[in-house]
Ligand binder design. Structure first.
Ligand code: GUN
Ligand code: ZN
Length: 451
């Protein structure tokens, strides 16, 4: 047991989806139900191989013989599982916060020119490194990532993630029409490129491959059929794409695929829907589409900062949930405006408020950890501190600035503290990020004896 390391602080993780009894009141002292574990003074024990050995109160572990003085101590800090982002574009870091346009013009003016730079492997490699630093900085340890149409951009991303030991899902964008010609693949070339990338990376270390047809307007029927064939052929592949984000996009899809019943049917016809399919946005889905999503198990990634920034619209999460559709949460950087899943929660809360829906802080923190891990079928490996799981975790300072320090001092219950964290917090709260017990660079140093 000599190679076991201990991390001591306030420990929080989830064992299931909390169903707080009083969603309207985070000050309710009951704090919902028992699907979360919280120790005011807790210890996370991590083996030399980077797996969780135990997560319990300091008192209980000391009684079993643990020497608490040998633990790394984060007094006043919250230790929780690393956060999971289910939809993000690594090549769009350089165009985040680009002014003035909605989806189609934003793609043409900013995004496509930027993504073309990723033909250069060296540039792609430097961007992949920076992107992973940013993820770690923001407390995100797993993400489902779009690269560009260039297989070398995907290579660069997987290589960088492998070196760091991160659990990541990614894939080469497939797009064979309606973009600058130099920037297009073909059904055949995309098939060959995807096969090579799948064989090289899918299941290598902690990496997984996602077929990534960008969205219906940029793929021909022939290319979507290639994606369907590959999805059936290789076990455990993911699929990611966009759907029903913007009204002009929807009208365009109806024109391009006049025989399809609706937008979802375009993907359905080519066999792209299963429980490992993650469809970004889904703001304007109809009843039939919701029902079909529930039947197939395909997920919708809710991207609130992007939907607000690009003026796309408000996702009706309740309608999707009521239909039995799984909704995961994502940043969608660079349409999204922050790498922070805390900020993303804060914007999700506001989008839901505008529709008289709510998001309890316990559900919220579950969502960005175990919830998103479940949506990606990775909850047997990550998402909480169950024994044997991979120890991807973060250390958060709840008092990262004067305002948060003051608001936290006024908070009574755990839920109230967590609600202040998700509403006011961001990357500045993330003090340390660990991948399988290995501390990552790029975080702030821990302040002395923070409260
Ligand atoms: N639809 C097709 N491509 C994209 C993209 O890069 N970002 C967003 N938000 N929507 C898209
Ligand atoms: Zn996107």
């Amino acid at each position: 047991m000599n190679d076991v390391k201990g991390y001591r602080g306030q420990l929080l993780h989830f064992t299931g989806e909390p169903k707080p009894t009083d969603k309207r009141s985070p000050t309710n002292k009951k704090d919902g139900d028992d699907h979360y574990v919280y120790h005011e003074d807790g210890v996370l024990l991590v083996s030399g191989s980077g797996h969780v050995v135990a997560a319990d109160s300091a008192e209980a572990l000391a009684a079993e013989g643990l020497d608490l003085t040998r633990c790394e101590h984060f007094p006043g800090h919250l230790i929780m599982p690393g956060m999971v982002d289910t939809h993000i574009h690594y090549p769009q870091t350089g165009v985040i916060a680009s002014y003035g346009e909605q989806l189609i013009d934003w793609l043409n003016q900013y995004t496509f020119p930027e993504e073309q730079r990723f033909a250069d492997l060296e540039f792609a490699a430097s961007q992949a490194e920076q992107f992973l630093n940013l993820l770690m900085d923001h407390g995100t340890t797993t993400a489902m990532v779009y690269t560009t149409v260039h297989p070398q951009s995907t290579e660069a991303f997987f290589s960088a993630a492998q070196q760091r030991g991160a659990r990541m899902i990614a894939g080469k964008v497939m797009m064979d029409r309606n973009a600058p010609p130099a920037f297009l693949d073909t059904p055949k070339s995309s098939e060959l490129d995807c096969r090579q990338l799948i064989e090289r990376w899918h299941g290598t270390d902690r990496l997984h491959y996602a077929l990534t047809p960008r969205f219906a307007p940029t793929s021909t029927a022939e290319q979507l059929a290639v994606a369907g064939t590959l999805l059936r052929e290789y076990e455990g592949l993911y699929l990611q794409t966009h759907i029903s984000e913007n009204k002009a996009e929807m009208a365009w899809v109806a024109e391009l695929f006049p025989d399809a019943r609706d937008y979802l049917d375009v993907y359905d016809r080519y066999g792209l829907l299963n429980e490992r399919s993650v469809l970004g946005h889904g703001i304007y889905l109809n009843d039939r589409e919701r029902q079909r999503l529930a039947e197939t198990g395909a997920r919708v990634a809710f991207c609130p900062t992007s939907n607000l920034f690009l003026g796309s619209g408000l996702l009706d999460r309740r309608a999707l949930a009521d239909a039995g559709v799984d909704v995961c949460l994502a940043t969608d950087v660079g349409g999204g405006t922050s790498f922070s899943m805390l900020r993303t929660l804060s914007e999700a809360y506001k989008v839901m408020q505008l529709q008289h829906q709510s998001l309890h802080p316990l559900e919220a923190l579950y969502w960005v950890t175990l919830g998103n891990a479940r949506s990606l079928g990775l909850d047997h490996r990550i998402g909480n501190f169950a024994k044997g799981k991979e120890a991807d975790f973060i250390v958060l300072d709840l008092n990262a600035d004067a305002l948060q320090g003051y608001r936290q001092s006024r908070a009574v219950t755990l839920s109230e503290k967590l609600f202040a964290l998700m509403t006011l917090g961001d990357r500045h709260n993330v003090v340390q990020t660990y991948l399988m017990g290995h501390r990552q660079a790029g975080y702030q140093t821990v302040k002395g004896d923070a409260r």
